[in-house]
Design a protein around this ligand. Sequence first.
Ligand code: TXA
Ligand code: MG
Length: 336
Amino acid sequence: MRTEILAVDRENPGEGPIRRAAGIIRGGGLVVFPTETVYGLGADALSPEAVRKIFQAKGRPADNPLIVHVEDKEAAALVGQLDERSRRLMDLFWPGPLTLVIRAAGGIPKEVTGGLDTVAVRMPAHPVAISLIKSSGVPIAAPSANRSGRPSPTTAGAVLEDLKGRVELILDAGPTAVGVESTVLDVTGDHPVLLRPGGVSLEDLDEAAGPVLLPTGSEGEGRSPGTRYRHYAPSLPVILVEAGKARTERPHLPGQGARVAYVGMSPPPAGVMAVACFTSVEEYAKGLFSALRELERSGAEVILAELPMREGVGLAVRDRLARAASGAEGPLDHWP
Ligand code: TXA
Ligand code: MG
């Protein structure tokens, strides 16, 4: 399959490219499209055959459910059951990087939900994504547009690295704004449970609908199937240091004279061969995944990564770094 890339303007996508992409979705094919978080690999969420193609293209385990992308709250009400709390969260945070796990409506294929009775739904804050959903006339199921286990793509170039020849069309609207994926919040129980930290902060959710619980151990594993799998992994080992400790605490590196690349917000320690340094935690989130892809091409043998503080989007950056650093598959043994 030849992969075509169409450049689109974020604010003014133009009818041609959107119509083309919507035609592919309606025909049961795959389209990569931009959201405010990362690029998504989309298919008609109501078609089991189309959704199966997503899993094939990504090499994704079939029991890891997908997020359904909708154009507004009314469309979300057709995908699953909304209650007062979920409606309020939608009013406050949509469009935006908040995914809500709610009871699934009948008619949502089990390919989308991984066989669960819940469904994840979100309205992205990106004019290209919204135009595509509207023009397709169906909700769009989409995971991040990377090969399973790779860092999520924040540019069309990163999508191409992973999915060239596996998808018909990529809509390229430039680098994404948030850089880490949406926050996934389970609102099916008495208290909301944070299944994945992301673009909307825990502090803001706590204020709006708290207390928000953090999943622990096996509970988290059961509730958010995606957290079972190794994620966001560059091909090099990643070693973590706490904020501000990269120069003082000699991290344990594999062997003397190892070629080290560094990513973080503090100035890099002496002697590293490649650096990605960010001036704010928002910039860190935005640049993290492309930095990991870049540093693995630098010739380094290991990536030293500085964990930001747990505040705001820092919690999501910590989570992605901890997953990149945990070499083995499986859940993290503690919240990072
Ligand atoms: O920002 C994002 O969320 C991006 C863009 C493309 O929207 N999408 C994304 O999708 O990151 P994906 O498939 O890479 O991650 C979806 C996460 C997984 O951890 C999955 O297990 C979880 O959401 N999830 C989906 N449906 C669920 C459900 N019914 N119950 C619990 N977790 C669910
Ligand atoms: Mg993903």
